[in-house]
Design a protein around this ligand. Structure first.
Ligand SMILES: Nc1ncnc2c1ncn2[C@@H]1O[C@H](COP(=O)(O)OP(=O)(O)OP(=O)(O)O)[C@@H](O)[C@H]1O
Ligand SMILES: CC(=O)C(=O)O
Ligand SMILES: [K+]
Ligand SMILES: [Mg+2]
Length: 566
């Protein structure tokens, strides 16, 4: 049987330590695979640890004046309070809206743990969004936060343009309503404006018109040109921009294929995002991989390293899930609109399936919508909401997202704290009480295109867990190895040092990764010595602490790897 061995270069000046590492590598894996690492272990290699740290200590004396560690203020505070293993791994995304758009409110969200700010281009003006982006960049620059910016496209969706009332309107059982595409000013009672011209096309008498995934339901009783006369059969509320879907014989009548994934307005919003230097573009209502590839190529041709996230929120996207995940830089499980297109009871299993697929294909995944919905109005979440949040963390999603809770709610900061506390608690439970194997290797069955990097990171993560190291340091240009390490969901946090700001901001979304902007040199020994020293100088790393180091930053070091298939 063919077996693969990797003979990898150690970045270490200590022959004795190197031999011990190799030996331990063999014992840990049972095969001679050894990632290029330098590490010291409190328990197993005490003498080497002392020597290594002393060596590093002498280097810091020389470099003290010129460097500072670009660790963000939130991580630094958390690290001081809880230590390496207490750092939160699950990332938090907050939607910015009128309730949190001031500098002070944004600062509160950032302090509470917001990693990414999301701007939904459905709402408000570009000037408003520009102002928010400026404030976030100012907070990062002046106050030492590290918050990335995401814009979320409006997409082409069939929704209520106007329902004839100022806010919500009740539809009573048996009441007759007109749904029209005719544009009119002001209110007409029992008349609802739909956003899309072709809204009534293909719709027949007897079809059901479902509002917001079940908030209210109507039966189509007559089609009159572009209008539908409908009877309310399940009373409920019509909210502004309520989503509309049609059902026939218990199946969704799919209408998205009639609409472009990126409208003219979406392209203008993308241009806006590019010029404002956003880090992520989340594409609404992605149907297949082509739209994602198109946007990615567009950005590539403009030499922009903005990450493209595909939102899974239509039935069609579920049919093409694998190709969409493959084509994108990350995924959002957009449960709000997804719940309009599939029965609600299917959401939990679909969510888990998407999270597993994203991990296999190494793409970050965000779980979004209604996580703490009741906190829009109340200062405490329901028990069911906390259970939902914890389940997403237990499934190892990369990130959790707040929508209305932060955008329009009265308790946005508190909602972030609830997410933070629930995630930290569940991460600890999974790990310490050993309820879940920390390394579910079987779930990572797929081999990615760069097998060497994949194997190094799998092995490194396993070593980090088995040896009980305090932290993993990765030196990375484009974030590849940081992301491959994160994919393994190792126990220690992953400190990713990169000299590319776009890499730093993109890694902000990845589970367990603390991205740090650092002036990497071509000398790996110097990089290691400097970064270890800088963390040590802040009192965060003590003698005897163990750090495992991986790198994809320097091509010449990378090329010293050899892989033999025997
Ligand atoms: N920039 C904004 N200005 C005004 N209101 C906003 C803004 N962003 C969000 N909101 C409000 O917060 C609510 C929740 O926001 P969010 O953008 O997450 O809605 P969503 O329906 O989940 O997203 P999507 O439209 O992408 O499906 C919205 O219904 C809207 O009322
Ligand atoms: C976030 C979003 O777009 C949704 O849940 O529909
Ligand atoms: K949107
Ligand atoms: Mg949506």
């Amino acid at each position: 049987m063919a077996s693969m061995t990797a003979d990898l270069a150690f970045v270490s000046n200590y022959p004795m330590a190197k031999a011990s590492c190799m030996d331990l590598g063999k014992r840990v894996f049972g095969v001679p695979v050894s990632p290029r690492i330098i590490w010291s272990n409190r328990r197993k290699l005490k003498s080497f640890a002392t020597r290594a740290v002393m060596q590093v200590g002498s280097i810091v004396e020389e470099s003290k004046k010129e460097e500072c560690l670009g660790l963000d203020v939130v991580t630094e505070a958390e690290l001081r309070e809880k230590g390496f293993l207490g750092l939160r791994k699950t990332k938090l995304v907050c939607t910015v809206g009128p309730a949190c758009c001031s500098y002070e409110e944004l600062e509160k969200l950032a302090s509470a743990g917001m990693n990414v700010a999301r701007l939904n281009m459905c709402h408000n003006t570009r000037i408003w969004h520009q102002d928010v982006i400026k404030k976030i960049k100012k907070l990062n620059h002046e106050k030492g936060f590290c918050v990335s910016v995401m814009i979320d496209t409006e997409g082409s969706q069939i929704h209520v343009a106007d329902h004839g009332g100022p806010s919500s309107v009740k539809a009573e059982d048996g009441s007759i309503w007109f749904f029209t595409t005719e544009k009119f000013e002001g209110c007409r009672s029992f008349t609802v404006q739909a956003s899309y011209e072709g809204f009534a096309e293909g719709i027949k008498e007897g079809d059901e018109l479902v509002v917001d995934g079940g908030m209210a339901t109507f039966e189509v009783i007559e089609r009159i040109g572009n209008d539908l006369r409908c009877k309310c059969i399940d009373p409920g509320l019509l909210l502004p921009r309520a989503k509309l879907s049609f059902w026939r014989n218990g199946k969704l009548v799919e209408k998205h294929h009639e609409l472009p994934t990126l409208s003219t307005k979406d392209w203008s919003d993308i241009e806006f995002g590019i010029s404002e230097g956003v880090d992520f573009i989340a594409m609404s209502f992605v149907r297949d991989a082509d739209a994602v590839k198109h946007l990615k190529n567009y950005l590539l041709n403009k030499n922009k390293s903005i990450k493209v996230l595909a939102k899974i929120e239509s039935l069609e996207s579920l049919h093409n899930l694998e190709e969409i995940v493959e084509a994108s830089d990350g995924i959002m499980v957009a449960r709000g609109d997804l719940g309009v297109e599939i029965p609600l009871e299917q959401i939990p299993t679909v969510q888990e399936k998407i999270i597993i697929l994203c991990r296999q294909l190494n793409k970050p995944v965000i779980v979004a919508s209604q996580l703490l919905e009741s906190m829009i109005e109340y200062p405490t979440p329901t028990r069911a909401e906390v259970a939902d949040v914890s389940e997403a963390v237990r499934q190892y999603a990369d990130a959790l997202m707040l929508s209305g809770e932060s955008a329009i709610g009265c308790f946005g900061e508190k909602a972030v704290c609830v997410l933070r506390m629930a995630s930290t608690r569940m991460e600890l439970w999974s790990r310490e009480e050993n309820q879940q194997p920390s390394f579910p290797q079987r779930e990572l069955g797929v081999s990615l295109s760069d097998q060497i990097a994949e194997q190094i990171c799998n092995s490194a993560s396993r070593m980090a867990n088995n040896l009980g190291v305090d932290a993993v340091f990765v030196y990375t240009k484009h974030g590849q190895m940081a992301s491959l390490l994160s994919r393994n969901r190792p126990i220690p946090p992953i400190f990713a040092f990169t000299n590319e700001e776009s890499t730093q901001m993109a890694l902000n979304l990845q589970w367990g990764v603390i991205p740090i902007l650092f002036d990497l040199s071509d000398d790996m020994d110097a990089n290691m010595a400097k970064t270890i020293d800088l963390i040590k100088a802040k009192g965060m790393l003590k003698e005897g602490d163990a750090v495992l180091i991986v790198s994809d930053a320097i091509p010449t070091v990378y090329q010293t790897l050899q892989v033999k298939v025997i």
